[in-house]
Design a protein around this ligand. Structure first.
Ligand SMILES: *[C@@H]1O[C@H](CO)[C@@H](O)[C@H](O)[C@H]1NC(C)=O
Ligand SMILES: *[C@@H]1O[C@H](CO)[C@@H](O)[C@H](O)[C@H]1NC(C)=O
Ligand SMILES: *[C@@H]1O[C@H](CO)[C@@H](O)[C@H](O)[C@H]1NC(C)=O
Ligand SMILES: *[C@@H]1O[C@H](CO)[C@@H](O)[C@H](O)[C@H]1NC(C)=O
Ligand SMILES: *[C@@H]1O[C@H](CO)[C@@H](O)[C@H](O)[C@H]1NC(C)=O
Ligand SMILES: *[C@@H]1O[C@H](CO)[C@@H](O)[C@H](O)[C@H]1NC(C)=O
Ligand SMILES: *[C@@H]1O[C@H](CO)[C@@H](O)[C@H](O)[C@H]1NC(C)=O
Ligand SMILES: *[C@@H]1O[C@H](CO)[C@@H](O)[C@H](O)[C@H]1NC(C)=O
Length: 907
């Protein structure tokens, strides 16, 4: 059990690492993360040889032959087999370089990869291993894998920046470009293709697909199609993403991460030229630009602004970044930290003077950028939000004569690296001069974010600069800058910053670390096979959260304590919004309090959850929980807006979703609208993605614990939004053990293990989701709470019997008369049945479910008879503990935004 021991030791402080270890444990593989610049490495721990064995010698021979053969002739790919006298010691291996790589770069990458594998004590003894870099991969095994398509282990990663333009047109461009690329890659001898799509005037979408060259065109195409189908799962709405399988991989970005044309770098790269003070490091504050809004401010605001400015100015003597507010006037400044503090002070003095003279205190919002600093104010609280406009862009465009494609590719990759490094420094500032283009030219880069941003928001902001502000296909010369309100990026061929800063900058974390922030690993099939281990890991994690919860919070939110300010609302504001909690604004009542509709002063419609007074939580704990909830942002989750804390009151504020909840459309007999199959299909998919986000992709693992149709709200476009996630710990109840002695949830949707023993996990959410699928398809309620004592023949049983007897379509909602596909309906029913299996290991994970839903080609396992635990619900633990008050009231259709529960785990 050495693996377990290692897990225990290393998980003490880093919950992310902990989840990671659990996942690698499932696939019996391990990775060492000691600052190497590989993306990931997997080396099987299941099957290992011993020190100085003949296998180890043969593996060394193989790795050195790969490295040796990474020559120009190899064309970026080479496979080899080293035969042994004992056939179980034979080793098969290959390397593959990214198709656009020049031979010397390929050779370097393969040399690093083989070197890393043979010096990694785990890998050098392992019977199979795999390592991925940006530019190449190396793989070996004692079993032949040539000419077969392998999809595990899989690695998914994405660009933190979100798509801000129209998502559906982005997605269709992505689909089409990927489709063309796939076709071309499968039919080319290198099994590689990269293509661009024109997204807008200056934005280009760059797509790359590649298979190992041992695959046939058909195999390559199959592998790539599967990889593309996973993009929606990992990377939907993101500016970049990749799916790496052992046999093929795909990637897309809004910057040229590969060489678009075949030109090799040659000659000097054209420089951008500037006026004197801007062409080197200068002590001049260097005014650049400003932007005032047209709105007129009132006298009170103007007076606050005066005070705000003097507060900012006076703080510039001791700080390089400061934010504060005076009444409703919010302001911040940020200085570059490579300058001495007297220059910061001078720059802020100059900015407040200039902004006053230019905007005349009449604007409600303004920003001014200098070479040394920038300063903003507004009448709204903009702290901690990433803002990308107004923007200042100073770059040379040339459609006819852009810089060489190889340079654009090197530059954009380096800028992306600097973006990540900047976000990971303590002071969100990073300079870099490691990119040498040739003997004469070095690129100097400076990235900085507003200090109120979290690491991820900073990385996202800078990536947004790289993806949306730099015209990669028509950049005319190397050099320029982009200034956003939340972050700035400059790159030049001369040194424009102070190389010996006066304040020490926090060292960037080793690259391996920084990469991992943006990468999450999902290994679907193997996880399925190891449900027991998963449960084990899961409990281990959970135990630890309690021990180290403070450290975890510190780690997750240390720098974001200011966030809590922006989320907090005063009671008078909430009272005004809800007309003093008037009865006519009341829209629901749940086990944990009442729900009101309200209109906030800025016009936003909100749902106000007034928690009943029996919560035992202290103020700090409450705030911490709220901060966790605020991190959960996904299009299929109801947006969290803030909270209010008063001596008597604990209130949570969510966006108000105008349409009714799903149960109304499914079960209310009075309503006229019948959901079409297309709508049901879309609702099921949306709910699945929302739960997957909670389970896998959010910063903290969240188990909802009360998924049911009344907790799924539908917006005007019938997009589902899950509500009431993340409330478990606020409402809780002393609870020490993994299993809770008080069952929170709703009968009919609770998994047997949860209802009977209080054990909850992702798989209990999967169960609830399965019940929902079957209800959505059949239009029948699983059980009515009034009948909960004598359910003899629930929905699950009904659907199961029809499925078993091959009359599956009888289970379909009779109101659905046409426009559905039999195959699709039957497939969805089968998925629903798989989710409600009694044995939790037999239930798929949400990641698997999402892949089942999005692909018609994945074969589904056969379900067993689901459990009808309600039949033997004599267990006294269950009998008296329903606490979601909602269901006593099923006749109120607008159960919008009730309260229920969910639980967080660190990842
Ligand atoms: C393997 O060989 C090295 C040097 O040949 C030796 O120092 C080491 O003790 C050996 N290890 C084992 C487990 O035999
Ligand atoms: C690969 O490298 C080995 C040496 O490790 C060499 O003997 C062999 O000829 C090379 N193969 C090719 C195809 O270049
Ligand atoms: C490389 O892969 C091909 C295709 O599967 C296979 O036929 C060939 O034997 C492999 N070459 C070596 C040296 O193993
Ligand atoms: C081959 O190696 C395996 C394990 O490495 C061993 O069990 C087996 O006895 C060996 N066979 C021969 C013929 O040496
Ligand atoms: C190879 O390793 C060296 C030293 O660790 C590093 O500087 C270089 O960038 C690496 N090259 C590649 C292609 O990863
Ligand atoms: C991709 O191409 C295949 C065949 O070339 C076609 O059937 C499929 O519909 C295309 N998909 C998209 C999204 O264009
Ligand atoms: C910094 O700003 C705050 C709030 O505006 C103000 O109260 C304080 O005096 C300033 N600090 C210094 C050192 O001037
Ligand atoms: C801004 O700074 C410069 C010094 O670089 C100074 O000459 C100028 O007077 C300052 N402007 C204002 C408005 O303070």
């Amino acid at each position: 059990m050495t693996v377990l021991w290692k897990m225990k030791r290393s998980m003490a402080w880093n919950p992310f690492k902990l989840i990671f270890l659990c996942i690698t444990f499932f696939i019996f593989a391990t990775r060492q993360a000691k600052g190497a610049d590989d993306l990931y490495r997997f080396c099987s721990e299941e099957d290992r040889s011993s020190d100085n064995s003949s296998y180890q010698t043969i593996l060394r021979t193989l790795l050195s032959s790969l490295s040796f053969n990474a020559t120009a002739n190899a064309n970026g790919f080479y496979n080899n087999t080293i035969l042994a006298t004992n056939s179980s010691d034979t080793v098969y291996g290959l390397f593959m370089c990214r198709g656009d790589l020049l031979p010397h770069a390929c050779k370097d990458c393969v040399a690093n990869a083989t070197q890393t594998l043979s010096s990694d004590t785990n890998c050098s003894l392992s019977k199979s291993g795999l390592i991925w870099y940006n530019e190449c991969m190396v793989r070996y095994s004692n079993l032949s894998f040539f000419s077969t398509v392998d999809r595990t282990p899989a690695l998914y990663s994405w660009n933190v920046a979100n798509i801000s333009s129209n998502l559906s047109s982005f997605n269709s461009l992505l689909d089409n470009t990927m489709n063309e690329t796939t076709h071309e890659a499968a039919n080319s001898s290198k099994r590689y293709s990269a293509k661009q799509g024109n997204l807008s005037g200056i934005q280009t979408l760059y797509c790359l697909t590649q298979c190992t060259q041992d695959l046939s065109p058909q195999q390559c195409s199959d592998c790539l199609v599967e990889a593309i189908s996973r993009i929606r799962t990992c990377c939907d709405g993101k500016q970049g993403g990749r799916v790496l399988f052992p046999s093929c991989n795909i990637r897309y970005e809004l910057y040229p991460f590969y060489r678009v044309t075949d030109d090799a770098p040659q000659g000097l790269v054209p420089e951008t030229t500037y006026a004197h003070t801007d062409s080197e490091y200068s002590e001049d504050p260097g005014y650049i630009s400003h932007n005032c809004s047209n709105n007129n401010s009132d006298a009170a605001f103007r007076s606050n602004l005066g005070t705000l400015f003097s507060g900012l100015s006076s703080n510039a003597t001791s700080n390089y970044g400061f934010q504060t507010h005076e009444g409703t006037a919010y302001g911040l400044f940020r200085c570059r930290i490579d300058i001495p503090s007297r220059l910061c002070q001078l720059c802020i003095q100059n900015s407040t003077d200039k902004i006053t003279s230019e905007c005349g205190l009449a604007s409600t919002e303004a920003i001014i950028w200098y070479n040394h600093c920038w300063l903003r104010y507004s009448d709204r609280n903009f702290f901690s939000s990433t803002e990308t406009s107004p923007r200042f862009v100073n770059l040379n465009f040339s459609n006819s004569n852009p810089i060489q494609s190889s340079v654009a590719s090197e530059l954009s990759n380096q800028l992306a690296k600097v973006a990540t490094m900047t976000g990971n420094t303590d002071n969100k500032f990073q300079t870099d001069d490691s990119l040498r283009l040739n003997d004469k030219q070095t690129v100097f880069i400076l990235g900085q974010c507003s200090s109120d941003l979290s690491s991820n928001s900073c990385i996202g902001c800078l990536n947004d600069v790289i993806g949306t502000a730099i015209p990669w296909s028509s950049l005319g010369s190397l050099g320029g800058r982009v200034l956003f309100p939340s972050c700035i990026l400059r790159f030049e061929l001369f040194q424009f910053y102070n190389l010996t800063p006066t304040t020490p900058t926090a060292p960037p974390p080793p690259p391996g670390e920084s990469q991992r922030r943006t990468i999450i690993l999902i290994v679907t099939s193997s996880i399925l096979a190891s449900g027991i281990l998963f449960t084990f890991c899961y409990y281990l994690i959970r135990k630890n959260i309690r021990k180290h919860s403070r450290a975890i919070l510190q780690e997750n939110f240390g720098q974001e304590s200011s966030t809590i300010e922006s989320l907090q609302f005063n009671l008078p504001i909430i009272e005004a919004a809800t007309s003093n909690f008037s009865q006519k604004n009341k829209i629901g009542k749940g086990g944990f309090g009442e729900v009101y509709k309200g209109i906030l002063f800025d016009g936003r419609s909100i749902a106000v959850k007034r928690l009943s007074k029996n919560s035992k939580q202290g103020i700090e704990e409450f705030k911490n929980e709220v901060l966790l909830i605020a991190k959960l942002q996904h299009r299929n989750l109801v947006a969290f807006i803030g909270f209010c804390l008063d001596e008597q009151e604990k209130i949570l504020i969510y966006e108000y979703v105008p349409n009714k909840s799903l149960d109304y459309f499914l079960f209310d007999t009075k309503q006229e609208k019948v959901l079409s199959w297309i709508e049901r299909h879309k609702i099921i998919g949306g709910i699945a993605r929302g739960i997957l986000y909670l389970h896998e992709h959010s910063r903290l693992k969240v188990i909802h614990r009360d998924l049911k149709p009344s907790n799924v709200l539908l917006d005007e476009n019938m997009n589902p939004k899950i509500s009431d996630f993340g409330l478990a710990r606020i409402i809780e109840i002393d609870q020490e053990e993994e299993s809770t002695n008080r069952i929170i949830g709703t009968y009919g949707y609770m998994s047997p293990e949860y209802a009977m023993f209080g054990q909850f996990s992702e798989k209990s959410d999967v169960y609830s989701f399965g019940v929902m699928i079957l209800e959505i398809i059949s239009g029948k309620k699983n059980m009515n709470s009034h009948e909960s004592h004598h359910v003899a023949d629930g929905l699950l049983n009904f659907v199961w019997r029809n499925w078993r007897d091959e009359t599956t379509l009888n289970a379909l909602d009779p109101k659905l008369k046409e426009n559905y596909s039999n195959v699709e309906v039957m497939r969805y029913i089968q998925i629903g049945l798989l989710c409600v299996q009694e044995n939790l290991d037999a239930r798929p994970t949400m990641a698997t479910i999402v892949s089942y839903l999005s692909s018609h080609t994945i074969e589904l396992p056969f379900p067993q008879e689901p459990s009808f635990f309600l039949n033997h619900r004599t267990n006294p633990i269950v009998a008296h503990e329903s606490s979601s008050g909602q269901d006593a009231n099923t006749s109120i259709p607008s159960s919008t935004n009730d309260i229920s529960i969910s639980e967080f785990y660190p990842r």
